[in-house]
Design a protein around this ligand. Sequence first.
Ligand SMILES: [Zn+2]
Length: 201
Amino acid sequence: MCGKKKQSSLRNILRNLPELLGCVRLQRNVLWLLQAAEAALIWKTPAPPWVKFFFWLALHGKCWTADRRWRHGLQDDNSCITCDQYAETLDHIILGCVFSREVWAACLRTFRLLELIPTHEERIMDWWTTSRKRLPKVLRRDFDSLFFLVGWNLWKERNGRTFDRAARQPQQLAQAIVEEASLWIAAGYRSLGALDARRAG
Ligand SMILES: [Zn+2]
């Protein structure tokens, strides 16, 4: 069994402050408002509907990671299938795992967004909503689509390793993601087209 890294953020503070003050009802309302805002952002993001649905499930903690299966008594071990060092939560799969951070680095380098490389594990919704605000407004929708594209592919990679014992190297997966970006653009998710124009040669 592996432990989960905990990181603080403004949202975490906001989330926990009412409990610290002893206001359970206020905390419930704050949580509901934060979650509703994040859900609205998910449905507004230019991405295929099944990818939006995946992130909606992620927001509500409904994805069957090893850690969730372990907490439900469905398996004995909650370790990450990729690094075998930490609990396999969705935050770890998409942001915390050393494999995922290499994939993010390669993708963000391609689109000249290196300043956003995740450096530690945190709640994926916190990282997304914080990172997009570091960009000029004209690039935020583009980044939303990229976040969904990379996150979705990291989840699929995890499923391939778990169920088919098929594993790719970080560079291979990053290359596949960049190629899939072209398919998303062709399918009408044009915000990725603006990012594509920034591609490093
Ligand atoms: Zn891992």
